[in-house]
Design a protein around this ligand. Sequence first.
Ligand SMILES: *[C@@H]1O[C@H](CO)[C@@H](O)[C@H](O)[C@H]1NC(C)=O
Ligand SMILES: *[C@@H]1O[C@H](CO)[C@@H](O)[C@H](O)[C@H]1NC(C)=O
Ligand SMILES: *[C@@H]1O[C@H](CO)[C@@H](O)[C@H](O)[C@H]1NC(C)=O
Ligand SMILES: *[C@@H]1O[C@H](CO)[C@@H](O)[C@H](O)[C@H]1NC(C)=O
Ligand SMILES: *[C@@H]1O[C@H](CO)[C@@H](O)[C@H](O)[C@H]1NC(C)=O
Ligand SMILES: *[C@@H]1O[C@H](CO)[C@@H](O)[C@H](O)[C@H]1NC(C)=O
Ligand SMILES: *[C@@H]1O[C@H](CO)[C@@H](O)[C@H](O)[C@H]1NC(C)=O
Length: 422
Amino acid sequence: MVLLANLALVLSLLRLVQAWNTFKVQHTPGEDDTPALLAALPNLTADTTILFEEGITYNIFTPITFPVLNNVEVAIEGNLTYPDSIPIVQAIVADSSFPGAWIVFTGGQNVTLRGSKNPKWGWIDGHGQPWWDAQQQVNRPHGLTFGNINQGVIRDMKIWKPVAWSFSTRGSSNLHAYNNKILAVSDTNAFPFNTDGFSAGGTDMLFENNHIENGDDCLTVGNGAKNIVFRNTYCWGGHGLSIGSLGRGGAVADVQNVLIENIVMENALYAARFKSWTGGNGLARNITWRNIKFSDVPFPIYITQNYWDQGIGPRPNTSSTNNTQIQDFTFENFVGIVRDVPYVEGSCISDPCWYYVPEATGKEVAIFDLYPGTAKNIVAKRIFSRTETGAPVAVMCNSTTIENDVGFECWNGPFVRTKAGL
Ligand SMILES: *[C@@H]1O[C@H](CO)[C@@H](O)[C@H](O)[C@H]1NC(C)=O
Ligand SMILES: *[C@@H]1O[C@H](CO)[C@@H](O)[C@H](O)[C@H]1NC(C)=O
Ligand SMILES: *[C@@H]1O[C@H](CO)[C@@H](O)[C@H](O)[C@H]1NC(C)=O
Ligand SMILES: *[C@@H]1O[C@H](CO)[C@@H](O)[C@H](O)[C@H]1NC(C)=O
Ligand SMILES: *[C@@H]1O[C@H](CO)[C@@H](O)[C@H](O)[C@H]1NC(C)=O
Ligand SMILES: *[C@@H]1O[C@H](CO)[C@@H](O)[C@H](O)[C@H]1NC(C)=O
Ligand SMILES: *[C@@H]1O[C@H](CO)[C@@H](O)[C@H](O)[C@H]1NC(C)=O
């Protein structure tokens, strides 16, 4: 009996082992490796590891779109290289068949995208430097879209010089993204425009232990996002831990339950940031940024319900009395140094700069640019900062736009902590 039971167990284990398939992606030197993979994909949609092997640099000269996957792991243990020719990529992006990003996951259940722990391998090389050097912003590809997946994992991925945006998780749920590295740092004076790190769309997502050096938002939380935690992460050089932009063109926003904690922000334009467009609609509520350590940051805490495209001209006169409502925002335990020395961030290509704030002194630890009657319970507490020059830290806040104690004297003036700020 015992023997038979054991035999049955062994057989069922064997069946499990056999059922899992490992597919090694084929590589042909000098050729585009995408077509062979695309041809095999219809047979790789379940119980499969799709393996890019260590020791091989794969030529991903054309985009990859994965079909809906069920229990599939995509393991990037080799290097992937994108085309290094700008016009070739532009032509692909301009074509109506372009799937929206260079690698697109269209959906599924229990899908893992993982890289390698070997620092020499598992990199995706986007060849972004020549784009940045040429200030080329026409027909740039997005990097990876990990969309419409329930129970997804993105881990140990490494992105080297993406042309622009790295990860989007729109429409996914129950995602865990960890130990990923994005290095979008320019070797020249040219700025790596729009190299956003993670664009979190979707629900129930945990991002942790990531490392992002870039030239745009480290995190951006988009419309529809709910139950998002982003923590234990290092961000260098970018445009902050951002919610939004929301409500563009009157769109209805819905963002809820976001916790961003234990982050180091270095040499970034913003640390905690919220932006909604003038004339937007909807609600963003229950958003917390806490335990944020910052240095060389000119705008550590910045909320605007009046975002507009500064590139186009002055703030528009809106006839809409609506605005994206905001509620229950907490900024807690911020420690750091406000960059108040004269400085022009690399993304500034207009005069005034797109991030210019009229009447700001450059010494503000917090700027609350709110819209009357639409912001409730916004509090900044345990904010400890100094400026690089040693000048007193300031704030901008208009007391006619907010009723609660925001944690500091709500005025355009020095930072003076109030009861709620303790
Ligand atoms: C699909 O996968 C199965 C199982 O691994 C294999 O037997 C079959 O030959 C594959 N078919 C094609 C067309 O590759
Ligand atoms: C989910 O996928 C992993 C491989 O990434 C696999 O080991 C695991 O068995 C799958 N889970 C289920 C419930 O099938
Ligand atoms: C893999 O790609 C990265 C980024 O381009 C590069 O630094 C590394 O040297 C490559 N690995 C090998 C073994 O060529
Ligand atoms: C606020 O959001 C956090 C983080 O997602 C969540 O843990 C908490 O339950 C939410 N609180 C309310 C009142 O919705
Ligand atoms: C907004 O209105 C003011 C006052 O009527 C006017 O001076 C300004 O030019 C207008 N701005 C725009 C962008 O239309
Ligand atoms: C203002 O908000 C109301 C209620 O949500 C909506 O019905 C209306 O269309 C909005 N108006 C504009 C101009 O967006
Ligand atoms: C404060 O906000 C109110 C309402 O939007 C506005 O009328 C006023 O000009 C603002 N004051 C300052 C100093 O910006």
